[in-house]
Design a protein around this ligand. Structure first.
Ligand code: HDE
Length: 704
């Protein structure tokens, strides 16, 4: 993996503060003599009002919090570089997309529904925001890990968010869509059907932020030097493949380590295992806008990769953790309206609505209009305009001129056009229209792509979707809502609806509910409208199973289940083999501290069956030695293995483990590697490469 550190700082280093060997001061730089005691009248007397040092400290403390993001409140981020590897000059003038250009980036991943302190492993969409600090200003690609959205028009966004967030009367449940109000809303708007399928799939419970795709979601436009537009969809493809955990596992991880994804990202970067994604684009010539069975402006639709292939144009490498979470990750202001010359928005009504909200939210959250001057948000090429004043202004503009046109500052700062540069240009699209509040009937096909997604999944993935829908709808206590959603599912796939219905004790209605139809007809008076014939019925790219990623085990965490008396050679042989492939071995024993090997050597152990949990690891190995007998009597060890098996992970045993296996609920299969029957290291690594042995779930013996 590439080990190049970030190429150009984003003004952040200039602002970083080093307290090393410095005297403690007040905010005005006055040295402090005592940071333990307030000023009192006598050492047992009342505090004095003149204690400006205490007031200085508490005034700041009382204002430490700023409003969290209304959505995407919980997130983690990293710095990195983006390198363009393709020639795009035919399509866009964007300078950072010139082949060979390296651009610093800051990338923030997030969940949507939970509060800032909620768990990482919620079933949810993940935000995937990238700020490119280009030579022509900041470009933000503010996307998600799911390529479509629930709604088509920005007007419905606050309602969607209110429905999914904890309910207003009792503020429950936290970071979960499995409740009445979410499904009430979703079951009334059939346009949500496609995204609902994605959110109920394993995409919504990623194994790692480093193992998920990213999508720009909307169709955007590239503009070339002639001003010609090309429609473009953006895709981030992770080098480590696309992987998820099991739902049962996700719920347990939330308890054992609510920071699981944040920690994983942080540790990978600290270990120089830099996460990488390739950026891909789907390009559609302007004249082909109407060529498809779906509308390119509808954010509930993808362009199947079979129709327009994804062309890889560059690579992003995240290689530096933030120094300070608040100053960088929390204060980062992403906005789909941060565009650079050569990239423009389309008329997608959701995208159009986003252009207002982000700037507005940042004005509020970051305390005024000068948030651009915060180090994390500053463009590297500097900003020059006549805007002035406002809360927390950091820049000190020189001179008497703050207007344009002017003669006193020789017309500066000048329009790009005045000196032969083009500057930012909007696409000169012709518009001839009436002002209406309406929805285009080309947005009215709500089920074809939901079906395409479901039909493209492997049998195991389909089972997971059925289980997720059954879980969520079981938590809905209003039978009318359950029935309404079942009617929507029936439109997608009757077998899917039947199976979910069985778990709810309901027969799915064949027709959409009267209320659903009523709301759909508010947008489309003639609803349902006969959809156009789809171009394809299956798309391989939509299945995580069909897309095995790189088949790598790089950075995977393997638990070595040991105890005093374990054979060092048995440990070392496996350790060497998996480390060669980039995986990490973590020794777990019945106690932390010094552990004795059979051969007499010792090792310091940081993890025990008490402090760690099976769900935090990707695979398990039980080395040989005298430890094997001890482990057979250790219920925590047996639980580790049973859970690992339940979650379909690769499990390997050194020789003489037969009696021990008898004590577990493990049934031998291709993911259970025995030194006595297999090529231990090779077969274990291959089993790990397949990520999970999902087939194991069917004849499952281990309870939830
Ligand atoms: Fe957002 N969204 N959104 N959104 N969104 C915000 O902006 C909004 C939408 C997305 O890492 C907010 O700074 C509206 C789609 C991400 O800091 C807010 C609409 C997609 C992030 C906002 C949408 C997204 C946000 C809250 C419908 C995927 C986190 C805090 C018109 C393409 C950015 C903030 C970060 C954050 C509004 C729909 C992605 C309130 C009005 C579609 C990744 O402005």
């Amino acid at each position: 993996m590439k080990k190049e550190k970030n190429i150009k700082s984003t003004h952040i280093d200039e602002h970083s503060v080093d307290n090393g060997n410095k005297v403690m001061t007040t905010n005005d730089g006055v040295p402090i003599s005592d940071n333990n005691n307030t000023l009192k009248a006598g050492n047992r007397g009342p505090s004095l009002q003149q204690d400006h040092i205490y007031f200085d400290k508490l005034m700041h403390f009382d204002r430490e919090r700023i409003p969290e993001r209304v959505v995407h409140a919980r997130g983690s981020a990293a710095h990195g570089i983006f390198e363009t590897t393709a020639d795009l000059s035919k399509y866009t003038t964007a300078k950072f997309l010139k082949k060979g250009t390296k651009t610093p980036v800051f990338t923030r991943f997030s969940t949507v529904a939970g509060f800032k302190g909620s768990t990482d492993l919620a079933r949810d969409v993940r935000g995937f925001s990238v700020k490119f600090y280009t030579e022509e200003g900041n470009y933000d690609l503010v996307g998600n890990n799911i390529p479509v959205f629930f709604i088509q028009d920005a007007m419905n966004f606050p309602d969607l968010v209110h429905a999914v967030k904890p309910e207003p009367n009792n503020e429950m449940p936290q970071a979960a869509s499995a409740h009445n109000t979410f499904w009430d809303f979703i079951s009334l708007i059939p346009e949500a059907a496609h995204m609902t399928m994605w959110v109920m799939s394993d995409r919504a419970i990623p194994r790692s932020l480093r193992m998920m795709e990213g999508f720009g979601v909307h169709t955007f436009k590239f503009l070339n030097k002639e001003g010609k537009a090309t429609f473009v969809k953006f895709h981030w493809k992770p080098r480590l493949g696309v992987h998820s955990v099991a739902w049962n596992e996700a719920q347990k991880i939330s308890g054992f380590d609510a920071d699981f994804h944040r920690r994983d990202l942080w540790e990978a970067i600290e270990n120089d295992d830099y996460p990488q994604w390739d950026l891909g684009v789907q390009l559609v010539p302007e004249e082909d806008e109407m060529k498809f069975s779906f509308d390119l402006l509808d954010p509930t639709k993808i362009i199947p990769e079979e129709l327009v292939p994804v062309k890889i144009i560059g690579t992003m490498t995240l290689n530096r953790n933030p120094e300070n979470f608040f100053a960088e990750t929390e204060q980062a202001a992403f906005d789909p309206g941060r565009l650079v010359p050569g990239i423009d928005v389309t008329d997608d009504p959701l995208l159009q609505g986003r252009i207002f909200s982000y700037m507005d939210t940042q004005n509020y959250r970051l305390g005024g209009p000068n948030f651009h001057e915060l180090p994390i948000n500053r463009p590297i090429n500097g900003k020059h305009n006549n805007q002035k004043d406002g809360f927390a202004r950091l820049d000190i503009p020189k001179g008497e001129v703050s207007y344009f046109p002017n003669s006193k500052a020789e017309g500066c700062p000048y329009h790009a056009m005045l000196k032969g540069e083009t500057g930012f240009q909007s696409h000169q699209q012709k518009i001839e229209a009436h002002k209406v509040r309406e929805r285009s009937d080309s947005f009215a096909d709500h089920f074809t792509q939901a079906r395409l997604f479901f039909d493209s999944q492997s049998p195991e993935e389909k089972e997971h979707i059925i289980s997720a829908l059954s879980f969520e709808l079981s938590k809905v206590d209003d039978v009318d809502i359950r029935r309404r959603e079942l009617a929507i599912l029936h439109q997608i796939d009757s077998d899917l609806a039947k199976k979910v219905g069985n778990n709810l004790g309901l027969t799915p209605p064949k027709e959409l509910d009267k209320l659903t139809l009523k709301f759909a007809r508010q947008n489309h008076p003639d609803y349902p409208i006969k959809p156009k014939k789809p171009e394809i019925k299956k798309s391989e790219a939509l299945s995580m199973k069909v897309k095995p990623g790189e088949g790598t085990i790089s950075t995977r965490k393997v638990a070595f289940l040991v105890d005093d008396g374990v054979s060092k050679s048995s440990v070392d042989k496996m350790k060497k083999a998996i480390e060669r492939e980039g995986a990490k071995a973590v020794l777990i024993a019945s106690h932390v501290g010094t552990m004795k090997f059979k051969e007499g050597d010792t090792e310091e152990i940081d993890h025990s069956y008490l402090t760690d949990a099976s769900v935090l690891y990707d695979a398990f190995y039980t080395p040989g030695g005298d430890s094997v007998k001890k482990l057979a009597d250790n219920p925590d060890y047996i639980q580790f293995l049973n859970e690992g098996y339940r979650h379909c992970k690769a499990i390997a045993f050194a020789k003489d483990s037969e009696d021990l296996i008898q004590k577990t609920l493990i049934n031998k299969d291709e993911g259970v590697i025995l030194e006595s029957n297999n090529n231990l290291t090779r077969d274990f690594i291959n089993a790990m490469k397949s990520h999970r042995i999902w087939e194991r779930e069917k004849p499952r013996k281990v309870p939830s």
